[in-house]
Design a protein around this ligand. Sequence first.
Ligand SMILES: [Zn+2]
Ligand SMILES: [Zn+2]
Length: 315
Amino acid sequence: MHDSSVGGPLLWPADEPWPHCDAPHEGGDHALAELRLQQRIRASEAMHPDGDAPVPGYTPAEQAVLDRLDSDETWHDSSWLEGPVALLPLAQLYVRDVPGLRPPAGAGADLLQVLWCPFDHPPEQYMPRTVVVWRSAAAVNEVFTSPPEPPLVVEEYLPEPCVLAPEQVTEYPGAGELSGELLEQIGDWSLWQAAGAGVDSSYAPYPDSFYGSHLSVAPGWKVGGWPMWGYTDPAPRSCPACGTAMDPLLTIATFEWDSSNGSWIPYEDQAAASSTDPRYRDLTQPTRIQIGSGYKQQLYFCPAAPEHPHIELMQ
Ligand SMILES: [Zn+2]
Ligand SMILES: [Zn+2]
């Protein structure tokens, strides 16, 4: 809980109420306790790559759970939930680890915590609802070590616990946010050649797609940066309380990269990403989160007043 992480645990004060969601829920899935066991089995397998000590065999209890998950016997619809739903830890980011993370001025905050309710919330949003908390890590004395959990989750909204090693990258706005003049220049192959950018000549007929895939907007989880548009065209994001143009806070992405934008793979993952070893199959989706059919959930905040409600978009 003293690391920047996805999927918890959070540095949460023992004397502060844990957030719950009382909106109507849709969707359903497996019992969380059984999915947690599956996560622990995956983590234990990841600790034993081939050549090391073999993965210990499943206990009869573990095997029984895996069989039940496979057979969908543990599937329940959301009517199985009773009362408000306890939120799950989604992300915890220390300012010291994330160069682009700017806490609200004045309050001494150095830790951003995002929790979410792991269900769809129709009709307003077919995504989890998030709660955003800024706090000072030093002000947390006694830590809440056993937060409540929902009995049930949508499996695609259960983050795989990960420790983060954030990296700063340079981005440029998506093509949909550029002026006509800049778009023309980006689509002019002779300008790319004159610049000596060394772009592969297979992009000569459509250099704008090189810009879109490899230069402009980073595809994975990120703080700040330029928004990736795709589900809709670019649209203004105004604070619902005061109308100020909102700034991007956090992007929760389904995929870190895909076959079209592999230049965004972190250097340390490149060898593994080109491996056919099945142990590396989850590199594009280390958090196992899926938004819609592979989209991103973007959180925006009001720069004029941090207490104004944040908004979230699917893109
Ligand atoms: Zn909810
Ligand atoms: Zn505002």
